[in-house]
Write a protein that binds this ligand. Structure first.
Ligand SMILES: Nc1ncnc2c1ncn2[C@@H]1O[C@H](COP(=O)(O)OP(=O)(O)OP(=O)(O)O)[C@@H](O)[C@H]1O
Ligand SMILES: [Mg+2]
Ligand SMILES: [Zn+2]
Length: 491
């Protein structure tokens, strides 16, 4: 006897359909699982056996073969349990014929038959809608996020025995979609940052246009502190961005509520991270920090301490907004439209090689600087240097995030109203026109600043943001001058 159940496996942040084929025939009792299962999938056997027995079903004492198709796709994780159990039941006549024809199922089983949450149900619901099934049954705990995907029915499952209700009148009702909530605590406020007027201005411009920014300066000047306050002045996610960010969070087993509430992700991986951890990879492929930062901020604190391989790997994704992973067994695309924020000391000891107190050896300084001027330098729009804050400034609090955010929002609104809903930093080359006067200014200044072709484009976009903050429709030569000075790396 034979039956098929449909389920999904996650590849990065998208789901691919997997068919669970079960064949049950007479012979010595056995349970074989084939189709490139990983250890967690192989162990599904034991969970399915116990869960069926504990849910009032019969586990057949016959030869059972389970095949997961397509055979060349590696299957990982415990999320196949529910579909395997359902197919075994259908193959032994314990579910009515046709019960599984038009549904997909995903979920992990506990030994007592409870259905446990699995990551990626948003991606699965999306794939189910494309795959023309009537509905997708998912763990009740993961169902509210799956219900965010419009146009398909989601059936929340709490227990294995609910398989009996599939397609009938008692089929569990569709869940309410997850509600946005930013999960409590407010964001750290810029008012905490004292002095550092140049850094404040740079952060405001970066926030308004979505520009990448590098902050250099001596230890304890407030670089990390300032960078961590960027989220408090960023514009909220738009509706489409919010769903995309939520889908990434769902696939990575993280809460989706903050994204739905419009909060931009902020990721600050430690500098010991590997290239795969940063951009994604592995078998099965998983999203990296760059993807978790999709539509938000990727903060690389102590930039020169990151491995060269990791920084190199970030170049193309930073330019294109996607990571393309091509391996022998898969080719996937991961979204990663993030704003890069980096911080660094001027040299390993932190004093700055041109200051009197530097104790670093010259070779060390060169290696350190090469990380700053290397892989990512050309991709950084704003480069700002800070010195120690004026200790006298500590008595008066800085401007709070709310006021700065108002200016950022006004500027971003101008930008979004002009084009196809993108922040200035993401505009296509040539999208911003300059007046002949500005063209001349840029040609002269760019030449003396040694601007690359890519750098020129970035200066123009930066100038566009400065004009937006000014509430101006046209870019003035003054905006270009400030853009050039924001970009320059004068350490
Ligand atoms: N400009 C500032 N305003 C208010 N507090 C500051 C400022 N600069 C530093 N501090 C205080 O010093 C602490 C350390 O600052 P922070 O971690 O931002 O330094 P940093 O520049 O990142 O140094 P490092 O190069 O060592 O990483 C902050 O948590 C804050 O309490
Ligand atoms: Mg720091
Ligand atoms: Zn030094």
């Amino acid at each position: 006897m034979h039956a098929i159940a449909r389920t999904f496996t996650l590849l990065g942040v998208d789901a691919r359909e997997v068919r669970v084929e079960v064949d049950v025939r007479n012979g010595l009792p056995a349970f074989a699982l084939v189709g490139l299962p990983d250890a967690a999938v192989r162990e599904s056997r034991e969970r399915v056996r116990a869960a069926l027995a504990n849910s009032g079903f019969e586990f057949p004492q016959r030869r059972i073969t389970v095949n997961l198709a397509p055979a060349d796709l590696r299957k990982a994780g415990p999320g196949f349990d529910l579909a395997i159990a359902a197919a075994v039941l259908a193959a032994t006549g314990q579910l009515p014929a046709g019960a599984l024809d038009d549904v997909a199922l995903a979920g992990e089983l506990a030994l007592d038959g409870a259905v446990r949450a699995v990551p990626g149900t948003m991606a699965m619901a999306e794939a189910a809608r494309r795959g023309a099934v009537r509905a997708i049954a998912v763990p009740a705990g993961s169902a509210p996020e799956a219900a965010l995907i419009a146009g398909g029915r989601v059936i929340p499952f709490e227990r294995l025995e609910q398989l009996r209700e599939l397609g009938g009148e008692r089929e569990p009702a569709a869940p309410e979609p997850v509600r946005p909530s930013s999960n409590g605590a407010g964001l750290a406020d810029l008012a905490d940052l004292r002095g550092q007027a140049g850094l404040r201005r740079a952060l405001e411009v970066a926030a308004a246009g979505g520009h990448s920014i590098l902050i250099t300066g001596p230890p304890g000047a407030g670089k990390s502190m300032a960078a961590r306050r960027l989220p408090s002045i960023l514009p909220p996610l738009g509706p489409r961005e919010a769903v995309e960010a939520a889908k990434v969070a769902s696939a990575c087993g993280r809460p989706v509520e903050p994204a739905l509430a419009g909060r931009r992700p902020f990721r600050a991986p430690h500098h010991t991270i590997s290239a795969a951890g940063l951009i994604g990879g592995g078998t099965p492929p998983r999203a990296g920090e760059a993807t978790l930062a999709h539509h938000g901020v990727l903060f690389l604190d102590e930039l020169p301490e990151f491995g060269r391989g990791a920084l190199e790997a970030l170049r193309q994704p930073l330019e294109e907004g996607t990571v393309n992973l091509v391996r022998a067994r898969y080719a996937i695309e991961l979204p990663c439209r993030f704003q890069l924020v980096a911080a660094a000391n001027p040299c390993p000891c932190g004093c700055g090689p041109r200051s009197g107190g530097c104790t670093c050896d010259p070779a060390g300084v060169r290696a350190y600087e090469s990380k700053l001027t290397g892989a990512l330098a050309d991709r950084i729009d704003i480069s700002v240097h800070v010195e120690q804050p004026d200790l006298g400034s500590f008595t008066d609090p800085g401007e709070g995030s709310a006021a700065v955010r108002d200016r950022v929002l006004a500027a971003r609104e101008l930008a979004l109203g002009r084009g196809d809903g993108r922040a200035n930093a993401e505009l296509e080359p040539g999208a911003v026109r300059l007046s002949p006067q500005c063209e001349r200014r840029l040609a002269e200044a760019g030449l003396s600043a040694g601007l690359s072709g890519r750098g020129r484009e970035r200066v123009i976009r930066l100038a566009r943001t400065l004009a937006d903050l000014d509430g101006r429709r046209r870019i003035a030569p003054g905006h270009l001058d400030e853009a050039l000075s924001l970009r320059r790396r004068d350490r």
